[in-house]
Design a binder for this molecule. Structure first.
Ligand SMILES: Cc1cc2nc3c(=O)[nH]c(=O)nc-3n(C[C@H](O)[C@H](O)[C@H](O)COP(=O)(O)O)c2cc1C
Ligand SMILES: [Mn+2]
Length: 469
């Protein structure tokens, strides 16, 4: 799968994509159709007739595990946990992107410079009534380069359509684009960036992944695909651009310039703030796009919809990969529930091998790149409990968990989106580490009740006699 068009044809032949041919308004209607469809775990939607526009928009690409499996090239019955395993198996084999000529890059089919740039020519949706405007960048990512090391980062950070050549940004503190922007600021230079809409969907999932600093998401995409991502030079920025992208916005961000941005309804189900905030923006210098470009959006809002599934895969797979990289023995599985957007809660099963093993895994989880950010609650269970089997997890939390063996970490890096914290005090979060295992060091362990296998056999043989029918 090289691009969005490959995804569309594969998903269509699997019956998990629907073309909407009737006219739909980009102003609230389109996002509401997508959101209601996603709440029902419906198909990916390709809107072919957007009011006032002659190019299409796709939504709901990542909403189901089946579609995430399709994107990862895995069997359609794969579970999220299977996908985490596959990600961890392939993910270490970092594969740098491959440069191709502009002549072989469909993203260069149309090139608009300077005054020709008008982002209103794309069917950018307005998602929710209280949103501050239309949001161009939802299912997109921003490419930037570290001015010191040359490390290339892909990060999904929302972009509001502010003017025909201005896109708002929200690089949350410590995110990789924020770290890079501060370096450009110190050098007194604006940061060149490119926003990518529509490409191999795996690249978007990686834009929303917690890949460690100094590692390029392009290299991880190459590892997961088993094939280098094809990239081409930007027209006005010295950055690698996915050759098969639908729409590429090139421009620069000046850390000292601000415009009013937001608010935006987030994946937490709440607004990120109370109103607009001054934020940096992309001053757009050039747009390149394919013929009949396919715009791409993702809904946010209350879980579980598209963004939650995207993050349940990207954050969950990162946690699993980063834990495995620590080479802690006995790790069995991780599950990051989509209900928490795959990022606020993690459940980990282990085969205990020594006293303190469960505590080691709990503290390790919150020290990974993924866990050190928003992870608030970590639960460790024994190997006989599948972490994705929530009723068994509830069983462990009822009969094995003991509050006195819980640990509270008072201070950790938070996300400013967490609605459980006051709006103006969201930089630091607490964390809860829950050991729901039977302690390894107990000499006398609770004795499980087992059925007598011989009696079970006899009863089963008499089942229809006993129960009739
Ligand atoms: C739809 C969507 C929108 C997002 N919006 C933002 C955002 O506005 N700002 C931000 O810092 N992170 C946002 N994220 C989360 C980041 O993509 C994620 O933390 C990622 O790790 C950032 O890349 P980086 O690790 O290279 O900085 C968003 C994720 C998704 C799926
Ligand atoms: Mn990164």
């Amino acid at each position: 799968m090289k691009n969005m068009r490959d995804f569309i044809s594969k998903a269509e032949s699997e019956g998990i994509l629907k073309r909407i041919k009737v006219e739909v308004d980009w102003d609230l209607e389109l996002s509401h159709i997508a959101k209601l469809n996603e709440e029902e775990k419906g198909p990916a939607l390709l809107f072919e007739n957007v009011k006032g526009y002659d190019s299409p928009i796709i939504t709901s690409v990542c909403t189901t595990t089946e579609r995430l499996a399709l994107i990862m090239g895995q069997p359609k019955e794969s579970t999220l946990v299977d996908l985490y395993n596959e990600w961890a198996r392939l993910g270490e084999n970092l594969t740098p992107p491959k440069w191709v000529d502009a002549a072989d890059a469909p993203c260069k089919e149309n090139i608009l410079m300077g005054d020709e740039v008008d982002l209103f020519k794309f069917p950018v949706p307005k998602f929710y009534p209280l949103d501050g405007g239309r949001f161009y960048g939802t299912a997109h990512f921003i490419v930037s380069k570290d001015p010191e090391s040359g490390w290339i980062n892909l990060g999904t950070y929302r972009s509001q359509l502010l003017e025909k050549n201005k896109l708002g940004t929200q690089f949350i503190k410590g995110k990789h684009a924020d770290i890079m922007l501060k370096k450009y600021q110190a050098m007194g230079k604006p940061m060149p960036v490119a926003s990518i809409v529509g490409c191999d969907p795996l690249l978007f999932i990686l834009g929303a992944a917690r890949v460690s600093a100094f590692v390029s998401e392009y290299d991880v995409a190459g590892a997961l695909r088993g094939e280098a991502v094809e990239v081409v030079k930007g027209e006005t920025v010295d950055l690698p651009i996915p050759a098969h992208a639908e729409i590429v916005v090139e421009g620069e961000v000046d850390a000292d310039k601000f415009m009013d941005e937001g608010p935006f309804g987030e994946y937490t189900g709440y607004y990120s703030g109370v109103g607009t905030d001054p934020r940096n923006f992309i001053d757009v210098k050039c747009v390149t796009h394919r013929n009949n470009p396919i715009f791409w959006g993702t809904t946010v809002g209350r879980a579980v919809t598209d963004t939650h599934m995207t993050m349940a895969l990207s954050y969950g797979a990162n946690l699993w990969q980063q834990l495995l990289a620590m080479k802690i023995p006995g790790l069995k599985a991780v599950y990051c529930p989509p209900e928490g957007s795959g990022r606020f809660m993690a459940i980990i099963s282990i085969k205990q091998m020594y006293p303190g093993h469960a505590d080691q895994v709990l503290t390790a989880a919150i020290s990974t790149e993924m866990g050190a950010y928003g992870l608030k609650t970590v639960i460790v269970v024994d190997e006989d409990i599948d972490p994705w089997d929530i009723s068994r997890v509830m069983y462990a939390l009822s009969f094995r968990f003991q509050p006195n063996r819980c640990q509270i970490i008072n201070r950790g890096r938070s996300t400013p989106l967490d609605p459980s914290l006051p709006i103006n005090a969201r930089e630091i979060t607490g964390r809860l580490l829950m050991d729901a295992t039977i302690p390894y060091d107990w000499k006398e362990k609770p004795i499980p009740i087992e059925l007598d296998p011989e009696v079970v056999k006899k009863v089963k043989a008499r089942w229809s006699e006993l129960m009739g029918g």
